[in-house]
Ligand binder design. Structure first.
Ligand code: ATP
Ligand code: MG
Ligand code: MG
Ligand code: MG
Length: 470
């Protein structure tokens, strides 16, 4: 397949290699030396210190295909998966980077030549956004792409202004969109309908030209830099002429594997579940390959939430035994050539998925039974009481977002305040039953152990760290 995911990845990297860029390997999903970030969520993460000048590399241009996860943390697309045509929890971000080398004009020119010449996109279907004050970028788009003003949309919000954190490098960005036709709902960026899928954003070019020194003071960087990110799966959906990332070659193969394991394929009612399973399979396997294991806190709890959400969808599809581990070979077939860690980790990944699903299946069906009883009389706009949501969490191992996801289709929400109250009450009661021992040190240890080992499943939400990256 000329426009298969694997071919698109190599076309991108080859193109920038020929343009003098060093091809650099993807960094792991768990960022090195960066406790502020849950998972690597963009190509620039591994180059953060190169952009600030803290670290020197023997090259000033680089290109990567970067494994990225946007679940948990600041960029959380978990709730979008299965509901939009373009969001995944795990995706590959293709990028080119200039560390004080070329800047805005050349970056736009390189991008334009790649998408129109190498990838052959139809110029008449493309449009771009720029930051509202960035006349320079607007001018280059006009000159290089020949765009009229109505195809250069000026956006005044932070969507088109990128910053590494409260201080540090920052600058305007320019996003490239494709119009996929009137039969798909959605409006161009900057309109109230922009959350639809007609206008698909597929590439973001960041022009790092300032340094925020303090809250008030911003100076020009002496050597401005470039950071770009293109969603590989989104480009594949464009080049393959399909309407969502889930219909591209790679996802079709994963969904086929799920269909043969289940003995039935997707239909209009079940297709969403197959999509969630295929996406969550990728994020789960890649996270385990990079050393994350399901647990009750932090990164491990985000992984557990992803895995259990997938398992509920497998249950919906009628799986009567653990499913996810059976799909690992299909993923290895699709992606281990580009990411050898998948092949190396295959045994561990398979065991981890099998064990987690075997354990969760013991309480999953009973929990779903309880949930269906508790919501029997509820309808759209109603709320599930916090007590029941907490019981599902505490006794049946349902992460809160799994319960919310299960009720979303029926437009039922969860009473979050009630949920928190129930949790606080349980903690207080557990503490009270220890009162009188007079041994504060033992008590503290007991709580630490109890919360770690999962008699209570610890809320991942409470341990998420602040993040300052795109
Ligand atoms: P969106 O507005 O669609 O959520 P974004 O503006 O959050 O995307 P960026 O942070 O600009 O995305 O990331 C650069 C590129 O990475 C995007 O243009 C897109 O092609 C891709 N991308 C971002 N998030 C996802 C995702 N959840 N799944 C697949 N691709 C993604
Ligand atoms: Mg986003
Ligand atoms: Mg966007
Ligand atoms: Mg963007």
């Amino acid at each position: 397949l000329m426009s298969g995911v694997n071919e698109i990845r190599s076309t991108f990297l080859d193109y920038f290699r020929k343009e003098g860029h060093e091809v650099v390997a993807s960094s792991p999903l768990v960022p090195r030396n960066d406790p502020t970030l849950m998972f690597t969520n963009a190509g620039m993460v591994q180059f953060k210190n190169v952009f600030t000048g803290l670290e020197k590399r023997p090259y000033s241009r680089a290109t990567t295909a970067q494994k990225s996860v946007r679940a948990g943390g600041k960029h959380n697309d978990l709730d979008n998966v299965g509901y939009t045509a373009r969001h995944l929890t795990f995706f590959e971000m293709l990028g080119n980077f200039s560390f004080g080398d070329y800047f805005k004009e050349r970056a736009i020119e390189l991008a334009w030549n790649l998408i129109t010449k190498e990838f052959g996109l139809n110029k008449d279907k493309l449009l771009v956004t720029v930051y509202h004050t960035d006349d320079e970028a607007a001018g280059f788009w006009k000159k290089i792409a020949g765009f009229s003003d109505d195809r250069i949309i000026r956006i005044p919000t932070s969507d088109n202004f990128w910053a590494m954190g409260d201080t540090g490098p920052c600058g305007p960005c320019s996003e490239i969109f494709i119009d996929r036709g009137e039969h798909i709902w959605g409006g161009p960026p900057g309109t109230p309908e922009e959350d639809g899928d007609r206008f698909l954003e597929f590439w973001n070019l960041v022009f790092m030209q300032y340094e925020q020194v303090t809250k008030e003071e911003r100076i020009d960087l002496p050597r401005p830099s470039i950071d770009t990110g293109m969603g590989l799966e989104r480009m594949a959906s464009i080049l393959q002429g399909v309407e969502s990332v889930f219909e591209t070659d790679l996802f079709r193969h994963l969904i086929d594997a799920a269909s043969s394991a289940l003995g039935r394929g997707p239909d209009a009612d079940t297709v969403g579940s197959y999509r969630v399973i295929a996406d969550h399979l990728r994020s789960s396997c890649f996270l385990v390959a990079d050393g994350v294991l399901p647990s009750n806190e932090g990164r491990g709890y985000v992984l557990r939430r992803i895995m259990r959400r997938a398992m509920r969808h497998a249950q919906l599809l009628g799986a009567n035994e653990p499913l996810m581990w059976k799909l690992v070979p299909a993923l290895v077939r699709e992606m281990a050539q580009a990411y050898p860690e998948l092949g190396r980790g295959e045994a561990l990944i398979t065991e981890t998925l099998k064990l987690e699903e075997t354990r969760f299946r013991k309480t999953l069906a009973r929990g779903l039974g309880l949930l269906s009883d508790a919501t029997e009389t509820l309808g759209a706009g109603d709320m599930l009481d916090g007590e029941t949501a907490f019981r599902l969490y505490d006794t049946y191992g349902f992460p809160l977002d799994l319960t919310q996801d299960a009720l979303r289709q029926r437009s039922i929400s969860v009473d979050l305040a009630g949920f928190t109250d129930a949790m606080e009450r349980q903690k207080a009661e557990a503490r009270k039953s220890w009162a009188g021992s007079g041994d504060a040190a033992t008590e503290t240890v007991w709580f630490a152990v109890r919360e770690k080992t999962g008699a209570t499943e610890f809320l991942g939400y409470e341990t998420e760290q602040a993040e300052g990256l795109i």
